[in-house]
Design a protein around this ligand. Structure first.
Ligand code: SF4
Length: 448
């Protein structure tokens, strides 16, 4: 006699919560033993719960988020995806009520404070989105949950479902995945980039601009390396998304081959490529680099260097703009110096209102990374070398030694050459012993 085992809701969580861990849309770390969360669900609080991740919210706070797929069944044939029809394995699905009840149970136990709900496509984009809407409707209307819900809208969802998702979700996302319609046809033959993905994204943007109350924004994800696209291809699409639709974030996911998919033999994308794209994204979104500056980071074939971070690559291509005077440069000029972030820039601006900044120890105490910023900053009394000379200094063998000789050093045993520097500890755990604040009262020391 054949006895078929029907998984209970906790077994489904163990399977479908673990699957959602592969989605990079919400930056998160597992509360338990790591990303590949296959640990069986346990009512024992010391055991990790599959699908529960610590996630950064838009307001900067961290909450425990249940990241789960409604189903890992998918009728689509995306050549890069472990959930595609190509992969022969048993698939699972929640029922609407059981997923809503499970989430509320975890919420009432204070195990989670929010929900990230995703799914494969079962039936059609509209049908699957409708199921997700029913789950969220249940937890909102039946159980009164008012907290954070990130909902995926499925490719191909019709407008009425997009509008319903907008009313219920805190944040929405549709995965763009590939930069151009042609690339999408190649690796996801049944998805139409314009019609199935960009059109619903346009509707979400329209609803957000109307400000009728609903989701506070949308994000998306790009798969990196599956369509043999260049970094420039990806970034051109990303630029359009940020500019036209005011996206909150774009996430990047390096392609990893799995068994059975058509791209099984395709090489995995180096994680560094994904990292470089995140750095470029940061330059665009936070540092507000112009498109012209962004363009300098790509090599002739349209890729970012894996060895050099894009901010340094842009600075090196733009040497005539450096070095900048620490005490006179504008906020925008300082932001373009490698090794100087927005917090350090603010500290420089605050400090130099009270006194001139004369030493590297002052700057390091403000969080500036000397090894990266060295060639691009100038101090009082130091004649800035012209661009060509700077290039020689940057790439000459004795560049770093020269930098050290150029800069005045603080007297031995002092925290800073200039008393009254109000900089915070450097925050560079690995180089903390070199920080001017190291050993000072209140300085947390290395290994923070
Ligand atoms: S539609 Fe989404 S889940 Fe389905 S195969 Fe494509 S990428 Fe995977």
């Amino acid at each position: 006699m054949l006895i078929q085992h029907t998984p209970d809701v906790y077994e489904k969580l163990s399977l479908l919560g673990g699957m959602a861990g592969d989605d990079v849309l919400a930056p998160a770390t597992n509360t338990g033993s790591g990303k590949a969360s296959r640990t069986p669900y346990s009512r024992d609080k010391r055991q990790p719960i599959p699908g529960v991740y610590r996630a950064a919210m838009p307001n900067g706070k961290f909450i425990n988020l249940l990241r789960v797929m409604f189903t890992d069944f998918c009728m689509m044939d995306c050549a890069y995806c472990p959930n595609s029809t190509y992969v022969p394995r048993k698939r699972y699905a929640f029922k609407v009520d059981e997923l809503a009840r499970l989430f509320m149970e975890l919420h009432q136990r204070h195990s989670v404070a929010g929900l990230f709900l995703s799914s494969g496509i079962a039936g059609s984009g509209s049908k699957t989105t409708e199921r997700l809407i029913q789950v969220v409707e249940t937890i909102r209307n039946k159980y009164g949950f008012r907290g954070y819900v990130h909902m995926k809208v499925m490719p191909g969802a019709e407008r009425q479902y997009v509008e319903a998702a907008y009313r219920l979700g805190t944040r929405l996302s549709i995965n763009v995945e590939t930069p151009t319609p042609e690339m999408m046809r190649r690796i996801s033959p049944h998805k139409d980039l314009e019609k199935d993905i960009l059109a619903p994204m346009g509707w979400i943007d329209e609803l957000t601009r109307q400000g009728t109350g609903g989701a506070v924004g949308q994000v998306t994800q790009m798969v990196v390396g599956a369509a043999d696209e260049t970094d420039r291809d990806i970034f051109q699409r990303v630029d359009q998304l940020y500019t036209d639709w005011n996206l909150k974030r774009v996430y990047y996911s390096a392609f990893r081959p799995v068994r059975h998919i058509p791209l099984e033999e395709h090489p995995a994308t180096p994680p560094m490529r994904e990292h470089r794209l995140y750095q470029m994204d940061w330059l665009k979104r936070v540092y507000q680099f112009s498109n012209q500056e962004i363009g300098l980071a790509f090599d002739r074939s349209g890729f970012l260097s894996l060895e050099q971070d894009p901010k340094t690559a842009i600075a090196v291509e733009n040497l005539d703009a450096f070095p900048v005077d620490v005490n006179a440069a504008s906020r925008e000029q300082l932001l373009r110096v490698p090794g100087v972030g927005p917090t350090s820039v603010q500290r420089i601006l605050d400090n130099r209102r009270q006194h001139s900044i004369d030493t590297w120890h002052d700057l390091q105490a403000m969080g500036v990374v000397r090894t990266r910023a060295g060639p691009f900053l100038a101090f009082p009394g130091q004649r800035p070398p012209p661009g060509k000379q700077l290039r020689l200094e940057l790439f000459g063998e004795d560049a770093r030694q020269k930098q050290r000789e150029l800069q005045p050093q603080p007297a031995a045993g002092t925290l800073s050459a200039r008393p009254g520097v109000t900089g915070a500890p450097c925050g560079q755990a690995s180089s903390c012993t070199g920080c001017a604040m190291y050993g000072a009262p209140g300085h947390p020391g290395p290994g923070r």
